[in-house]
Ligand binder design. Structure first.
Ligand SMILES: NC(=O)c1ccc[n+]([C@@H]2O[C@H](COP(=O)([O-])OP(=O)(O)OC[C@H]3O[C@@H](n4cnc5c(N)ncnc54)[C@H](OP(=O)(O)O)[C@@H]3O)[C@@H](O)[C@H]2O)c1
Length: 169
């Protein structure tokens, strides 16, 4: 099973504020949807709660929520008490490409504990000084970068961004 992280971050690795995103970038949202569709996604409990109820569980994907609370309930989602258990569950379900979709705590765990194959990173070319959640620092010398898409700032997407895939070097 391949394991990837997928994230969008600002110039200073900003990813969120008030348990919400910092931007509305429809082109990036479409990329996220197309990339994860049909796959298993693992998310932290706070990330799950940040998704508006009408959009969760993320449709046409197997949703796994990681929480230390064994009584936590998320309709039509699997709940796992550790990231490792969540990964084992995805493997047991026959997943071939698993996506770890955040937030900050779960990304940090994944970068420390998981043998990742790819990072799908959308680099949003702007700074967000009031951000509260950040992606961990990454040693990019260990990864080979491919630019998948460049989007210029415009009416629909307020900031310029590049969607990149990093493969383990
Ligand atoms: N820009 C992006 O691409 C992106 C993507 C995803 C999320 N985000 C943003 O990230 C923010 C949320 O991130 P976050 O760091 O606050 O929360 P999070 O990582 O989504 O979830 C944290 C929760 O996960 C569970 N958890 C963490 N470590 C665990 C462990 N070792 N074992 C078991 N469970 C564990 C705990 O749940 P319990 O408290 O229930 O035990 C913890 O409260 C939001 O602002 C969201 O919008 C941004």
């Amino acid at each position: 099973m391949e394991i990837s992280i997928i994230v969008a971050m600002g110039s200073n690795r900003e990813i969120g504020k008030n348990n919400d995103l910092l931007w509305n970038l429809p082109v990036d949202m479409r990329f996220f949807k197309e990339t994860t569709l049909g796959r298993t996604v693992i998310m932290g409990r706070k990330n799950y709660e940040s998704i508006p109820p009408k959009y969760r569980p993320l449709p046409k994907r197997t949703n796994i929520v990681v929480s230390r609370n064994p009584d936590y309930e998320a309709p039509e989602c699997y709940i796992c008490s550790t990231l490792q258990n969540a990964i084992e569950l995805a493997a047991d379900l026959g997943e071939e490409h698993l996506f770890i979709i955040g937030g900050a705590q779960i990304y940090e765990l994944a970068l420390k504990e998981v043998d990742l194959d790819h990072l799908f990173i959308t680099h949003v070319e702007a700074e967000f000084p009031d951000a509260e959640a950040f992606f961990p620092e990454v040693d990019f010398s260990k990864w080979t970068k491919t630019i998948i898409h460049t989007e210029e700032a415009g009416i629909e997407n307020a900031f310029r961004f590049q969607i990149c895939r990093y493969d383990k070097a």
